[in-house]
Structures are given as structure tokens and as C-alpha cells.
Design a protein around this ligand. Structure first.
Ligand SMILES: [Zn+2]
Length: 328
């Protein structure tokens, strides 16, 4: 049990999974619990699953319900942070939904909402790879690519809260179709989803036997681990597809450096660790190649220190700060 007895919860409420973590007042994680997000697009079912996951995490931490001093939840969609309202999420059925007040009522503690990617970059800023930085950017590479911006030590949110959508910078007009409907976005060229589409096309064309063995032709099985094992088994064509994605990530990083001149960029989302040194080196080489001379070497590129816990950590911090509980 933490010394002052108070605990805080941070949860990453995603379209496929829920990850809840309990932190003590020095923001050390005490316990985490995971659950699948209910498939049905009903906000009620999603909130019930979230509440259950949080309760299990609290029980696993050994804290009693009374010691809970704040809850932070991060969601993938636009929201009104001040009023605790989720404006919209693509899959979970939230539409102008007062999630903040509902959670506060359920747990008898103040509740805070945040955008998932912005929470992730805040987690890295307070407790991870970006500790001590004043100007930084987080780029989270997964099915899509999300980003968050830190200016003068604060998360920059933009005029409607949506700053940092680096995944939808157009890098190659007329390039691959993006989930947003445009063509040639960074996300369509460099995300894990983009690699998976290329790997599937190669497998279907008979050019990636290892990929076919690892995951068949069901793109849902084309996870980073399956793509990595195809490369390990000798699929050169898949390796080229991953190299190409790393190249485009580097182009995106160069654009970010030109726009914001950050001290550091943290790469999250698990992909850089999964694909190893070669992936990161390729991305860095491409970034350097696309930087104007004066900015060469100006930004450190770091790997996420918190991994999956970046978002829960960043979601929990505002709750702890509001209660005067977070370490400086
Ligand atoms: Zn896009």
C-alpha cells in the first residue's frame, strides 16, 4: 500500500481493448488490468466494461475503494475536456456523452478525460522518455499513426483540441488510400496497417511464403509479430515493405522537425522495438536526408519508455495533479 494511502487510476479506453492502471501518490504503478472492449457499439456496455476493469485493477493493487482520489480516462476521439464530454468516437457509441460525470459518480472521485494520444505524450513527458523536455513531439505508430505535441512543457491542444494529427499529413499525394479518405497520408504509408496491407498483397502474389505461413491471408492476423516472423523466415519482399514504411516515417519526422523544431521526438506504439535497430536506423537516415541543413541533428529521436503504460500514466497524472498528489 502507498504511504499516504491515496491512489489514482489511469485508463486507456480503446476501440479494441481497455487497459487500466492504479498508481500510488508518487505515480508508481501498483497494478494493471486489461479487458476486451465490448464489440457492440453501445456506450453503456463500454462504460460497464471500463468500470469493471478499473475495479479489478483496484482490487489487484490492494487499495480499498475509499483511497481512490481521482480517475483519468483517455479516449480516441474529440472531447470537451473541461466539461468531461466525449463528443464522438468511431466505434464505441459515444456521442456527446457525459462520461466524466458518470465516472465521478461511479467511483466517488473526481474524473478527468483526455485524448489517448495526447495522454500518451503527457505520460512520456512526466514519467518517461520526454522527462525534463520543454518542446517535444510523440509519434505513436500502430494500426494508424497518432501524434501529440508538447510546447513549453505543456501539451499543445490546438483550437478545437485536435492538434498533433501527424498521421494525416499528406506526404505523397495520390499515394496509398488512408482510413481518413485521403491518399498518401503518413499513416497510409508508414503505419503497421500500411505494412500489413503490403505484406498481404505480397503473400497473395506468392512473394512472401513466410508471411503466408505466419498469418494466412486474414489481414487481422497481420500483427507486428507475424510481420516480424515473416522477415525472420527470409521474406525479403516483406523486409522491403517494412524498410519503405520506415523511410516514410522518416519523411514525416523531418516535416515535424521543420514545423516545430522540437528537442526530442519519442516513437511509441511498440513498433520500433518490434522491428528493431534496422527500422529505427532507416527512419533516422530518412529523416536526416529530408532535413534542411540547419536543422540536421537538432532533435533527438527516442523510443517510448512507458510502452503500453504511456496512455494510462498520462491519463492519471491530471487526476493526481488536481488532488495535489503527483510528484513534481
Ligand atoms: Zn489520412
Amino acid at each position: 500500500m502507498p504511504k499516504d494511502g491515496r491512489v489514482y487510476v489511469g485508463a486507456d479506453l480503446g476501440a479494441t481493448k481497455i487497459l487500466a492502471a492504479v498508481f500510488d501518490s508518487s505515480m508508481k504503478p501498483l497494478a494493471t488490468e486489461k479487458a476486451k472492449t465490448p464489440r457492440e457499439a453501445s456506450a453503456k456496455a463500454v462504460v460497464a466494461a471500463l468500470a469493471e476493469t478499473v475495479r479489478r485493477a483496484l482490487a489487484a493493487s490492494g487499495a480499498d475503494a475509499k483511497s481512490l482520489a481521482g480517475v483519468g480516462v483517455a479516449v480516441p476521439g474529440p472531447l470537451d475536456r473541461a466539461r468531461g464530454i466525449v463528443r464522438y468516437t468511431p466505434n464505441m457509441g459515444f456521442k456527446d456523452y457525459a462520461l466524466g460525470s458518470e465516472l465521478a459518480g461511479l467511483f466517488g472521485a473526481p474524473a478527468f478525460l483526455d485524448n489517448d494520444v495526447q495522454a500518451g505524450v503527457y505520460g512520456e513527458l512526466r514519467a518517461g522518455a520526454l522527462r525534463g523536455k520543454r518542446n517535444a513531439v510523440g509519434v505513436f505508430v500502430g494500426t494508424g499513426i497518432g501524434g501529440g505535441i508538447v510546447i513549453d512543457g505543456k501539451v499543445y491542444r490546438g483550437s478545437t483540441g485536435s492538434a498533433g494529427e501527424v498521421g494525416h499529413m499528406t506526404l505523397l499525394d495520390g499515394g496509398a488510400l488512408c482510413g481518413c479518405g485521403n491518399y498518401g497520408c503518413l499513416e497510409a504509408l508508414a503505419s503497421r496497417g500500411a505494412m500489413a496491407k503490403d505484406a498481404l498483397a505480397l503473400a497473395a502474389a506468392g512473394k512472401a511464403p513466410g508471411m503466408l505461413d505466419a498469418a494466412g491471408t486474414d489481414i487481422r492476423k497481420y500483427r507486428s509479430s507475424a510481420i516480424a516472423s515473416s522477415i525472420e523466415s527470409g521474406d525479403k519482399s516483406v523486409r522491403r515493405a517494412v524498410d519503405r514504411a520506415a523511410y516514410w516515417l522518416g519523411v514525416g519526422l523531418a516535416n515535424i522537425v521543420h514545423l516545430l523544431n522540437p528537442e526530442a521526438i519519442v516513437i511509441g506504439g511498440g513498433i520500433a522495438t518490434r522491428f528493431g535497430e534496422r527500422y529505427l536506423e532507416r527512419a533516422l537516415a530518412s529523416m536526416e536526408e529530408h532535413l534542411m541543413p540547419g536543422l540536421s541533428g537538432s532533435a533527438q529521436v527516442l523510443l517510448s519508455e512507458l510502452g503500453d503504460l504511456a496512455v494510462p500514466t498520462g491519463a492519471a497524472y491530471p487526476a493526481a495533479e488536481a488532488a495535489g498528489g503527483a510528484a513534481p
